[in-house]
Ligand binder design. Structure first.
Ligand SMILES: [Ca+2]
Ligand SMILES: [Ca+2]
Ligand SMILES: [Ca+2]
Length: 475
């Protein structure tokens, strides 16, 4: 059973066997790993369907995808192409951040300053719209060494027009500007596309909602303001964004989640550790039951906010997270060969700095929001991997890496004790937790059987990246 986009009578018939009430978990009785997708509302634009789906919180409500700061894996965060890509990749909701310029115009910018994400500097509130429009956005999540693109900072009005037929926009950071935001939605005919959110005092929220009953509103709740659920009384919001740094938090307990689900959507965030304990995107890529599966089955999530729209959508539709790109052989960086220092690896400093795995060995292994990776990579180090080839052939090698630096590092590969191949430059990915697959350009013919691969970190090069895994793809 898929979780998303279920069509047709056969699906509808199967769903009649689904559990109507919440049992011990939120799983439905369809044999699938988790809650099934209800039949999607098929009529209207994607935005109209998202609007109806968001207001549906029944036991068969479709699980919705929210793209955090838009699809920044394909375009700068909070940029026009990142919004287009997020909706195209299947997100029903795109989360964004609204701020006011010096001359009172609403623009999309996560940080208080433009420093991280653009080629400019200064506070948004100290710059006019014209000045901000002069700036260019940086790739991905930005950062000091990220490449500058041709994209510009969008206004809220520009993005709402873009979203009008495509989906919902979650307006984060903008609560103090709510009246002005509402006016932009009214002016652009997109009141049904804007999803307001805050953790403001309940009285303040109630005033806003009574004044604008058409506005979609979701409340952010964690243990510190759990009392707001009672305070809303019979004027419950359409959903709650539930934040719990530990599964032991009161707000994450089943009676609370059951109650929230009975009145609206339960929105949970999987971008990094601490938003929903350790149930993250990266953990989901290793095993969905360590992330999204648990969020749905144990914590009642009916909206998941993610930095991995493509993989979440795939999991919701098929129950699987695809290998991207497809790999014939995947060698996890932390699964290095046995034998210790000087035999299986050379590491620059004694001890395993983060000790996430192989704690008695010197190769440094980190948990980067759920990704288990070799970290603290330094020039002169090398690591061996033993692996088995089942089909002889020529294999192309790629690596899943992360780094906020440019250059990020240089490595060479050698097979079975041979000479190291060409130097491969690791490219900036705009964050330590922003992993991307990067081809190495190295191809190697390998006979079926056992092999050994060594990654050499050039002594003379700047080395500051993290290695999740190496992929071998047969050509
Ligand atoms: Ca070490
Ligand atoms: Ca090291
Ligand atoms: Ca790994």
């Amino acid at each position: 059973m898929t979780r998303k986009r279920t069509f047709g009578l056969i699906t509808a018939a199967l769903l009649t066997f689904s559990a109507g009430a919440l049992g011990d978990t939120y799983a439905q009785a369809d044999g699938g790993p988790s809650a099934a997708k209800g039949p999607a509302a098929l009529s209207g634009t994607p935005a109209e369907r998202a609007y109806r789906d968001f207001k549906d919180h029944g036991p068969r409500a479709k699980i919705l995808t929210a793209a955090h700061r838009a699809q920044w894996r394909k375009a700068p965060e909070n940029s026009v192409p990142a919004f287009l890509a997020a909706f195209k990749d299947g997100a029903e909701i795109v989360e964004t951040d609204v701020r006011s310029t010096k001359d009172g115009q609403l623009v999309l910018m996560h940080d208080e300053t433009v420093d991280r994400t653009t080629n400019g500097t200064g506070k948004v509130s100290d710059l006019t719209l014209a000045q901000i429009k002069e700036l260019r956005l940086k790739q991905g999540l930005g950062g000091a060494q990220a490449a500058v693109t041709d994209e510009r900072v969008p206004t809220l009005a520009e993005i709402m027009k873009l979203a009008k037929n495509r989906g919902l926009v979650n307006l984060d950071k903008g609560w103090p500007l709510r009246e002005q935001m509402y006016q932009v939605l009214a002016d652009t005919g997109t009141v049904r596309n804007g999803l307001f959110k805050s953790d403001a005092p309940v009285d303040q929220v109630r005033d806003f909602r009574r004044k604008h009953p058409e506005a979609l509103y979701m409340h952010l709740v964690q243990d510190g303001n759990i009392g707001s659920i009672d305070e809303f009384g019979d004027e419950q919001p359409l959903g709650y964004e539930v934040v719990f740094d530990s599964a032991q938090d009161a707000v994450a307990r089943k009676p609370v989640i059951d109650r929230l689900r009975s009145t609206g959507r339960v929105w949970v965030n999987s971008m990094w550790n601490g938003l929903a304990d350790h149930y993250t995107d990266e953990a989901s890529l290793i095993d969905p039951t360590r992330g999204w599966g648990a969020l749905v089955d144990t914590f009642g999530a009916t909206v998941i906010q993610t930095d991995n729209v493509g993989n979440l959508e795939s999991w919701l539709r098929t129950g699987h997270v695809p290998q991207q790109p497809r790999a014939d052989i995947r060698i996890q960086a932390e699964d290095f060969a046995r034998g210790g220092e000087g035999v299986a690896y050379h590491d620059a400093d004694k001890g395993n700095r983060e000790s996430v795995a192989r704690i008695n060995e010197d190769v440094d292994i980190c948990d980067l929001n759920g990704a288990v990776a070799v970290c603290w990579i330094r020039g002169g180090e090398w690591i061996d991997y033993a692996f088995t080839v089942s089909k002889s052939g020529t294999y192309k090698v790629g690596a899943r890496v992360s780094s906020p630096y440019a250059p990020a590092g240089t490595y060479r590969l050698s097979f079975d004790g041979g000479e190291p191949d060409r130097a491969v430059q690791v490219l900036n990915t705009t964050g330590h937790s922003a992993f991307f697959d990067q081809p190495s350009g190295v191809s190697q013919y390998l006979e079926a059987g056992s092999h050994r691969l060594r990654i050499h970190l050039d002594e003379s090069a700047y080395q500051n990246f993290n290695l999740d895994y190496l992929d071998l793809v047969r050509g």
